[in-house]
Design a protein around this ligand. Structure first.
Ligand SMILES: [Zn+2]
Length: 443
C-alpha cells in the first residue's frame, strides 16, 4: 500500500531518532514545568522527585510520578475553578481552549486547557491522522459530533480545519437532517463517534447511506473487530479509528493506511510520537509492557509546555505495539486496533475477566444479529448468571441463533452464557458510547 506521509522525514526516521526527539522535547517540558507550574512541582516533590537531570525516557518513567483524576479534582477544589495547574497559562493573557471531561464517572468534571499557540500544534497532530485516512486539502468532512464544552467535537472540528478540510458541522442536527445533508453534499468522510455511524446507517433507507464516503473517522469508544467490519460494509468505506482524551487535549493516535487491519493481524492506532509520549504499563508494578502485551495507558504531552499534561493515568487499557511493527513501517509506537477500552469496563463474571469488545466481536460476527444486550444476575446460590438477549435483524428468524451464539461465546470467552432471542425493535441502538451491559447482580 502506498504510504500517505504527512512528514516523510519523521515518518521514515529510525525509532531511535524519534526517541531522541521525544527526550529533547521532554527536557524542555520538564524544565519549564518545574519553574512555572506549582501543581506539578508539589506533586513531584511529594514523591521525592524534582524533574531535574532526566537523561532518558526510562529515567523519566522511573522518577516522575503519575498523576490522575483525583489529583486534578483536589487541585480544582482547592483553587477553583481551574486549579493551580492552569495558573501560569491564565497569567499569560492569551486565549485558551478550555474543555471539561464529561463527568460520567460521577467523580466530577476535570477542566483542561491549551493556549492558542499550543492548539496550533494540536491541529498539526490531526493532520497526520486525516492524511493517513486518505483525505486531501479541500475534501469535505461531516463532523457528526456536536460542539460543546467537552473536547470531543471541538478538537475534531479545529483539527479538520487545520488539516485543510472543508468541515460541515452537522453534529447538532437530528439524524434525519444529517441524512438529508449527506444526500445533498456527499462528503468524502464522516468524523465522529463509532456508534453514531452505525446509528446513521440503521436509520437510512439507502445502502450505502452516502455513496462516495471514502473514510469513516471513528473513535471515542471501544469497538470490536466484527463491529468495525459491519460498519465498513454498511457504508462501503474503510474505518480509521483514533484515540485521545480530554486530558491529552486531542486525539493523539490514529490508524494508518492499513485501517483496522485483519482479524489475524489487527491494525495499529499509531501514537503521533513526535508530540506525545505514550507508555503502556502494568498497573500494579509500573513496568512497561512488551510488544503485544496489554497494560494501562499513561500519557504525556510533549508540546504543551504552558498547560502541561505529564504522566497522566487515564484508566484506559490497550495492547502495546512497538515502533516499526505495523506493515506501514512507521517508527511510531501504537495501540492495537480493537484493544483499547476503559479499565472500569472489564466485567468479572464467574471468576473470568471479560472485556465487552470480546463479546461484541463474537456476537456481531453473526450476520443475522442486529443488536444485543448482556444482563448479569445472581441465582439462588449467589452464582453469576450471564444472559445474552439477541435481537435479530428484521425479517430474520432467530430460532437457530441461541445454540450457535452460545457455543461461540463459550469457545471464545470461556464461560457459558444463556442466550435468548428478543423481538425486533425491543433493543435500542445506542447513538453514543454503546452500553450493552446491565449488571443486576447482588453484591
Ligand atoms: Zn501503520
Amino acid at each position: 500500500m502506498e504510504p500517505r506521509y504527512l512528514d516523510p522525514e519523521l515518518e521514515r526516521a529510525s525509532p531511535e531518532t524519534i526517541r531522541a526527539l521525544q527526550l529533547q522535547r521532554l527536557e524542555t517540558l520538564l524544565e519549564k514545568t518545574r519553574s512555572v507550574n506549582a501543581f506539578y512541582r508539589d506533586h513531584w516533590k511529594a514523591a521525592g522527585a524534582d524533574g531535574c537531570g532526566i537523561g532518558s525516557l526510562e529515567e523519566f518513567a522511573a522518577r516522575i510520578p503519575t498523576v490522575e483524576k483525583r489529583h486534578f479534582m483536589e487541585d480544582q477544589q482547592a483553587h477553583p475553578p481551574y486549579g493551580r495547574r492552569l495558573e501560569h497559562a491564565l497569567s499569560l493573557g492569551e486565549p485558551l481552549i478550555i474543555c471539561s471531561t464529561s463527568g460520567t464517572s460521577g467523580q466530577g468534571q476535570e477542566l483542561h486547557a491549551q493556549t492558542a499557540a499550543e492548539f496550533e500544534v494540536t491541529q498539526r497532530v490531526y493532520a497526520y491522522g486525516l492524511r493517513w485516512a486518505g483525505l486531501a486539502r479541500g475534501d469535505t468532512v461531516f463532523l457528526t459530533m456536536p460542539i460543546t464544552m467537552t473536547s470531543g467535537g471541538r478538537c475534531e472540528y479545529h483539527g479538520a480545519l487545520g488539516a485543510g478540510l472543508t468541515v460541515s458541522a452537522v453534529g447538532n442536527y437530528d439524524v434525519r437532517r444529517k441524512l438529508d445533508l449527506l444526500r445533498r453534499f456527499r462528503p468524502a468522510a464522516l468524523f465522529g463517534t463509532t456508534s453514531y455511524f452505525a446509528h446513521l446507517a440503521a436509520v437510512s433507507e439507502e445502502r450505502p447511506p452516502s455513496p462516495g464516503i471514502r473514510a469513516l473517522l471513528a473513535g471515542g469508544e471501544h469497538a470490536g473487530f466484527s463491529w468495525f467490519r459491519r460498519l465498513e460494509a454498511a457504508w462501503d468505506a474503510p474505518v480509521f479509528d483514533r484515540y485521545g482524551s480530554t486530558q491529552s487535549g486531542n486525539d493523539h493516535a490514529f490508524a494508518c493506511e492499513y485501517g483496522i487491519g485483519t482479524r489475524e493481524r489487527p491494525g495499529t492506532v499509531h501514537n503521533i510520537d513526535p508530540y506525545h509520549l505514550v507508555e503502556v504499563i502494568e498497573p500494579e508494578t509500573g513496568r512497561h509492557v512488551r510488544h503485544g502485551e496489554e497494560g494501562e495507558i499513561v500519557f504525556t504531552s510533549l508540546y504543551r509546555t504552558d498547560t502541561p499534561a505529564i504522566r497522566i493515568r487515564l484508566r484506559d487499557r490497550a495492547i502495546w505495539h512497538e515502533p516499526g511493527s505495523c506493515r506501514c513501517g512507521r517508527p511510531f509506537t501504537g495501540l492495537e486496533m480493537c484493544s483499547i477500552g476503559r479499565l472500569d469496563d472489564m466485567k468479572k463474571v464467574k471468576g473470568v475477566n471479560i472485556w465487552p469488545q470480546a463479546v461484541d466481536d463474537v456476537i456481531f460476527a453473526v450476520d443475522e444479529v442486529d443488536e444485543y444486550q448482556v444482563v448479569l444476575t445472581s441465582d439462588a446460590t449467589e452464582a453469576d448468571v450471564a444472559t445474552v438477549k439477541l435481537m435479530p435483524k428484521s425479517g430474520v428468524r432467530g430460532d437457530a441463533l441461541p445454540p450457535r451464539v452460545s457455543a461461540s461465546l463459550r469457545e471464545r470467552i470461556g464461560i457459558r452464557f444463556r442466550v435468548e432471542v428478543v423481538a425486533p425493535g425491543t433493543l435500542r441502538h445506542s447513538e453514543y458510547k454503546a452500553r450493552r451491559w446491565i449488571d443486576e447482580r447482588r453484591r
